[in-house]
Design a binder for this molecule. Structure first.
Ligand code: IPE
Ligand code: MG
Length: 195
């Protein structure tokens, strides 16, 4: 049953071949990774921090594909937090530039490999080139049947709740939602990736 469920989302899932000693029902449906250590990894090798960020990004596709083969339905990578704005200007710029370059570089490969691309996080505050690049890849892979690669960009969990509450408050103020009807689904449908 677990394998059927996986294959509906991701036809290529084959956990029994890859990890025969793990029950398919125990493969997580969603894995989230807080990426860390890119800068130190590069420094140990005598390279600037951005070299580490670039190599980290280069490893992403392989990791998503392997997760997909294992039957994991979604992989969320925390790639830029609200805290990260405090980093030196140059590093922030380089990370934003990398996000754009990543989207342009991976757009076709993601669709070809059957990976759905999503971004969660506050779009306000991101450079417009970044928003355009991610929306273009999201649209390009929207109908793909396969595992989801979700990037958390400019993401904070409390901010996500605050943003959902603001949307709900607007709907209530405009008379579109009755405050007494607010339930879990009303919140859930206003999160960054409701589906
Ligand atoms: C993680 O690596 C990448 C981002 C959060 C953008 P770090 O940049 O945190 O690398 P270290 O921790 O300084 O080595
Ligand atoms: Mg760190």
């Amino acid at each position: 049953a677990a394998i059927e469920r996986m294959r509906r989302v991701n036809p290529g899932a084959d956990p029994l071949r890859l990890v025969p000693d793990v029950h398919p029902g125990r493969v997580p449906r969603h894995i989230a990774v807080i990426m860390d250590g890119n800068g130190r990894w590069a420094a140990e090798r005598g390279f600037p921090r951005i070299f580490g960020h670039r190599n980290g990004a280069g490893a992403v596709r392989d990791v998503v594909m392997q997760c997909g083969n294992l039957g994991v339905e979604a992989l969320t990578l925390y790639s830029f937090s609200l805290e990260n704005w405090k980093r030196p200007d140059d590093e922030v710029k380089a990370l934003m530039y990398m996000a754009v370059a990543y989207c342009h570089g991976e757009r076709e490969a993601l669709r070809r490999e059957g990976i759905r691309f999503r971004v969660i996080g506050r779009r306000e505050g991101l450079p417009s080139e970044v928003v355009e690049a991610i929306e273009s890849v999201e649209a390009h892979t929207a109908n793909v049947v396969g595992p989801t690669l979700c990037l958390a960009l400019n993401y904070g969990a409390r901010q996500e709740l605050a943003d959902a509450a603001r949307r709900l408050a607007r709907d209530v103020a405009a008379g579109r939602v009755d405050p007494e009807s607010v339930d879990e689904a009303a919140i859930a449908s206003r999160l960054y990736a409701p589906d």
